[in-house]
Every structure is written in C-alpha cells, then in structure tokens.
Design a protein around this ligand. Structure first.
Ligand SMILES: *[C@@H]1O[C@H](CO)[C@@H](O)[C@H](O)[C@H]1NC(C)=O
Ligand SMILES: *[C@@H]1O[C@H](CO)[C@@H](O)[C@H](O)[C@H]1NC(C)=O
Ligand SMILES: *[C@@H]1O[C@H](CO)[C@@H](O)[C@H](O)[C@H]1NC(C)=O
Ligand SMILES: *[C@@H]1O[C@H](CO)[C@@H](O)[C@H](O)[C@H]1NC(C)=O
Ligand SMILES: *[C@@H]1O[C@H](CO)[C@@H](O)[C@H](O)[C@H]1NC(C)=O
Ligand SMILES: *[C@@H]1O[C@H](CO)[C@@H](O)[C@H](O)[C@H]1NC(C)=O
Ligand SMILES: *[C@@H]1O[C@H](CO)[C@@H](O)[C@H](O)[C@H]1NC(C)=O
Length: 541
C-alpha cells in the first residue's frame, strides 16, 4: 500500500516536473527571426572594406527579449564558407545541441540554412552573439542579445528612462578574417588591431538623453583581442548587472571590460546641458587605441569638448582590484523573484579541481596555443554527435590531463569528463605576459579569486566565498591566476575557450562533457529534429 502511494506520488511529481519543464516551455512567447549572412562593404574607419553583415546590418540585428522567451533563428549562410553563431552566455539548458560551436554543431554550409531554437530560461541581462567559426567574428557577424526581466520581477534599481546598447570591438583596417587566418595559418601571431569601434563605427555616434534622467548602458566587448576600459566624461556609472547577476551598485569612473564580457551600468545625467565624450580605450596594449562617442543632453548646442577623461592603461593591479569590487547583491532578485544569494556556493564541497595553464608554443615549427600542453583541433565530427551516437575514434578523455605537467606540446581534441552536478574548482593559470579571457558555455561560474603568480591550494584562503559574481567570461591577468567555482548542472558538451580569437583559432580551447548515465529528457534533450550530420555522423547512423 505504502509502496503504491509512493509510486503514485512519484509519478505525480514526475508529471508536474514534466509539465513544468516541457509545457511551460511551450507557453512562453516565441520570437522568430530569419537572418541572412552575407559579405558587404562598410567604412568603419573611413575607407571601404569587406565586412560580414546579418540582414544587411553591421553589427547584426539586436535581439531584445524577455526572460524565458523562446528564440527561433533561421540562419541563411550566403558566405563562401561554413558558418555558425554562438550565443555568448545563453545557458542552453539541457540542449548543447543549440550552442553553435564546432564541438556541438555541424557548420551551416554555404547557400544553406539552419534553424536554432532555444529558450532564455531564467536569464536576465546583457549578452551578445557572434560567429564562432573561422575568425568570422573579426569581420562582423556579432550583435546584442538583451534579456529584460519579466514584468512581475522587480529589479534592485529604479526603472531607467532609456536603454542604450554599446558593442565595442577592436578592428583591423585592412585585413579581412581571411587575411588574419592566413597569417595565423602561417604561424605568425596577429598584430595589434588598428582601432576600436562602438556599434560598428569609429566616430560620430550619439546617445541622447534628458538632463536629470537615468539611462541604462549595456556595454559589451565583442572584439577579438583587446580588453577595454569604458568611461564617460564627467559622469560616474553605477554598476547594476554583470552577465546575468545583479551586482552591488558601486559607483565607478571607469570600468574594464575584457574580451567577450558584458556589463550594465546606470548613468544619471546630472551635469550641465552639452555633449560629453563616451570613451573606450584598450588596456594592456602599446599603443593605446581610443575611440569616442557622445552622450548628448537634449537641447545641447555644443559638441563634446575638453580633454578625454583619463583611463588606466597598463595598471594590472588597478584592474585586479576593480575586479574584486564587483560583487553580487545577495538580496536582489535575478530572473526569478528569489534572492540570488540563496545559493551558498561557498559552503559546497568541491568535487574536483582543474588547473588549466595556457601557453604559446611551437608545434611542427608553427605557433600554436595550448592548454596543459594540448593544442585543440576540431574533429570533422562534432563531439556532441560522436558522444550521443557512440561514434568511436573522435575524442577520448585521456588527451588532456587536468593539471599542468611538463613535456612537449601536442595537437589533440581535449575533452574533460565531469559527472552531472559535480561542483568544480577551475583555476586558470596564466604564465604568459598577456592578459587572457576564458569563457565557459552552458553555465555561469563564480569568479572567486584573482591573484598574481602561481596558484596553489593556499590561495583558497583568498577566495571570496560569499558574494563573488557568477558570470560566463573570466579575465586572467598577466603572470597570474583566476579561480572560478561552478556547479555543473547542465548536461551537455560545453566549450571552454579563450575569447581571444587568435588563441582559440590556434588551439586554446577544450570541451567539458557534463554527463551521467541516466537517459532522461529531464536532464538532456534529444537532438533537435533538424540536427545536421557531418563527419562520421553522416546519415544513416
Ligand atoms: C531552412 O529554411 C526553410 C524556410 O526558408 C525552413 O523551412 C527549413 O526548416 C530551414 N532548414 C533548417 C534545417 O532549419
Ligand atoms: C541590493 O538589492 C536590494 C533589493 O532589491 C536593493 O534594495 C539594494 O539597494 C541593493 N543594494 C545595492 C548595494 O546595490
Ligand atoms: C595593411 O596595411 C599595413 C600598413 O598600414 C601594411 O603593412 C599591410 O601590408 C597591409 N595589409 C594588407 C593585407 O593589405
Ligand atoms: C569635467 O571634468 C573635468 C575634469 O576631468 C573638469 O575639469 C570639468 O570642470 C568638468 N566639467 C563639468 C561640466 O563638470
Ligand atoms: C550509446 O551507448 C550508451 C551506453 O552504452 C547507450 O545507452 C545508448 O543507447 C547508445 N546510443 C546509441 C545512439 O546507440
Ligand atoms: C560531490 O561531492 C559531494 C561531497 O563529497 C558528494 O556528496 C557528491 O556525491 C559529489 N558529487 C558528484 C557528482 O560526484
Ligand atoms: C603557495 O604559494 C605561496 C606564494 O608563492 C608560497 O609562499 C607557499 O609556500 C606555497 N604553498 C604551497 C603549499 O606550495
């Protein structure tokens, strides 16, 4: 009797869970897009050059969505090369099938199309999308993905009077993605980009507001190489959100945004009526590249003038200190009406530690970038398909060792196997003199520590185990380490990559396979009906 009750009860809970995860999913609004990707000509630096357009736009169209919206994007590839877009920071819950990287998807061939479908489940904030293949991102094919909170959710800040999106990208004046690739294929590192753009232009961009009002600025670094510093002449910025987490609203005169990162600030127009410079400049580079736009007070008769506000240039410790001030507001709502801090990540026992060390090295006499001595290459069969269909000979779990060791570097297909729900400490060890930017797909992770030198277990004493900010992209300072703590609750094959695109192109990435042997739609979706097959996964399987 008791047994039966228990079973009925379990079935009932199961049904509720199913209703919750499947039906509600279907009831959330759908947003449909058809995007055609082409080459085109633009003159971001005053001279015509080839760029990549989406629906004729550079940057691509912005997606303005609300938490839990279902996004359907039919992508038509009119380039002469295979193409994919990845949704930087979208968690793709239970469905790495939609992640748009070569480890999860066959590329969309020229003159063909493929439809992504995914839900912005429980997410808010400022995100971006960009091409994940073949350095396409160096020529465009990036855009904004803004997720607004549902109307029933109160935010920890007053509703702003307007919302501006700023995509900052570094830019080469006369090299297309193909030229850049040629250089890398020949074994040369890329030169410093020539300029910075904001929303695809290098000058003349104006954001207009009214004196006394407060505006939201969504700032993302969609570049391929350089960290930026962002600031507005005679205005301070109140940081409200970083990659989906509401932060303590500290006031900043300038903020560093590393490659692939996003942050949202509020700016109140408290100064006198005129135009003010909005400035983005590169960090840790020589020379420093600078670009400006304008913040115009309505009624202004004066263009921006005066010296540009000064920003940091090489000051690493300044940046590290600032990074530590970015903390989560533990009493604020996130996408759901419960405080974000209810997840006490600092008290969860760590199941395993990965220490991932990047390096630049020569393999067969050519420049490659490695992680723990392995320089990643994409097999022709996406890892996810190989894993799902038990196709052997595509990857194994022995290629990469999860702590640095000494010895020669190799080319390989690195996949780290982790069990679903493991709580993992990942240390990014950077023994190079350049800044790194690491990104993890399918999740967000608490950036708990930044320090210089070589990490060891005693550094754990320095972690912020209370209110570190969960995010998707993590900077690692020169000759330093960064630690993240992450609960791997999303089954799938997830890309862990350098956001610095030349590094990723030459091998600084790997995949984390989050898995358990329970075959269940509650933990992972089946391949979508339109899944593409390629490599050893060509139909019929
Ligand atoms: C390609 O686009 C057509 C509509 O133009 C659509 O019916 C079809 O499903 C798309 N193909 C894929 C694989 O998504
Ligand atoms: C944190 O969030 C609460 C609740 O929304 C809000 O009232 C408070 O101002 C926020 N604190 C800071 C420092 O941002
Ligand atoms: C780009 O311009 C630089 C000088 O400004 C020149 O050295 C280089 O060869 C040019 N590259 C290409 C691909 O045209
Ligand atoms: C703007 O800031 C500069 C210093 O950066 C200061 O000299 C100037 O007085 C300020 N202007 C206004 C209108 O507040
Ligand atoms: C792959 O292997 C697993 C475990 O051996 C099995 O459960 C699964 O059904 C297999 N998948 C396919 C598509 O054959
Ligand atoms: C992680 O560690 C905890 C505590 O040792 C343990 O209870 C849990 O089963 C482990 N989880 C996994 C997925 O290995
Ligand atoms: C960890 O590193 C610190 C700083 O370099 C050093 O003083 C300490 O001895 C190291 N501890 C261990 C256990 O290796």
């Amino acid at each position: 009797m008791k047994q039966t009750n228990l079973l009925v009860c379990k079935l009932f809970i199961g049904a509720l869970f199913w209703l919750g995860s499947v039906l509600v999913n279907a009831e959330d609004p759908y947003m449909f897009y058809t995007w055609t990707v082409t080459y085109g000509t633009r003159s971001p630096l005053g001279v015509p050059q080839q760029v990549i357009l989406i629906n004729g736009q550079f940057p691509g169209p912005a997606i303005e969505a609300v938490t839990n919206n279902n996004i359907v994007v039919n992508l038509i590839n009119k380039l002469d090369e295979p193409f994919l877009i990845t949704w930087n920071g979208v968690k793709q819950r239970r469905t790495s099938w939609q992640d748009g990287v070569l480890g999860t998807n066959c590329p969309i061939q020229p003159n063909s199309n493929w439809t992504y479908q995914f839900q912005l489940k429980d997410q808010i904030g400022t995100y971006t999308y960009f091409a994940s293949t073949s350095l396409h991102r160096a020529s465009g094919a990036f855009g904004a993905l803004n997720i607004n909170q549902r109307s029933v959710i109160t935010t920890p800040y007053p509703t702003p009077d307007g919302d501006f999106t700023l995509l900052v990208s570094d830019w080469f004046s006369n090299m297309t993605h193909k030229d850049l690739r040629k250089s890398l294929d020949a074994g040369s590192a890329l030169p410093l980009p020539d300029a910075l753009l904001i929303n695809g232009v290098s000058k003349g961009l104006i954001f207009t507001g009214q004196q006394g009002k407060t505006y939201k600025f969504r700032v993302s670094n969609v570049g391929i190489a350089t960290s930026i510093n962002f600031r507005i002449q005679n205005h301070t910025m109140s940081l409200i959100e970083v990659e989906g987490a509401h932060t303590l609203q500290e006031s900043y005169e300038s903020l560093d945004v590393h490659v692939g990162q996003s942050m949202t600030v509020l700016v109140t127009l408290k100064a006198s009526v005129r135009d003010y410079f909005i400035v983005a400049s590169t960090r840790f580079t020589k020379p420093v590249l600078t670009t400006t736009a304008s913040l115009r007070y309505q009624g202004s008769k004066n263009a921006a003038y005066g010296p540009l506000p000064i920003g940091p240039t090489y000051h690493i410790h300044w940046s590290m200190k600032q990074a530590r001030t970015i903390r989560m507001n533990l009493t604020a709502n996130a996408a759901r009406p419960n405080p974000q801090g209810s997840f006490h990540y600092g008290t969860i026992p760590i199941n395993r530690t990965l220490v991932l060390a990047n390096a630049a090295t020569l393999i067969y006499g050519k420049l490659r970038y490695t992680v723990n001595r392995i320089s990643y290459i994409n097999p022709t069969t996406p890892l996810k398909l190989a894993d799902w269909y038990n196709i052997s000979g595509v990857f194994d779990f022995k290629t990469i060792i999860s702590t640095p060791t000494t010895g020669p570097a190799h080319i390989g297909t690195s996949v780290i196997d982790v069990e679903l729900h493991e709580f993992v400490e990942i240390v990014f060890q950077n023994d190079e003199r350049s800044i790194q930017s690491w990104h993890m797909d399918g999740t967000s992770a608490y950036a708990v520590g930044y320090g210089s030198g070589t990490w060891n277990v005693t550094m754990r004493k320095r972690y912020n185990l209370v209110d570190a900010v969960p995010r998707h992209t993590f900077q690692v300072y020169p000759l330093s380490w960064t630690t993240i703590l992450v609960s791997l609750d999303n089954k799938g094959m997830w890309n862990l990559r350098s956001q610095i695109w030349s590094r990723r192109y030459l091998g600084q990435e790997l995949y984390v396979r989050v898995w358990n042997d329970e075959k269940s739609l509650y933990t992972e979706a089946e391949p979508p009906l339109n899944v593409l097959y390629c490599g050893k996964a060509k139909r019929p399987l």
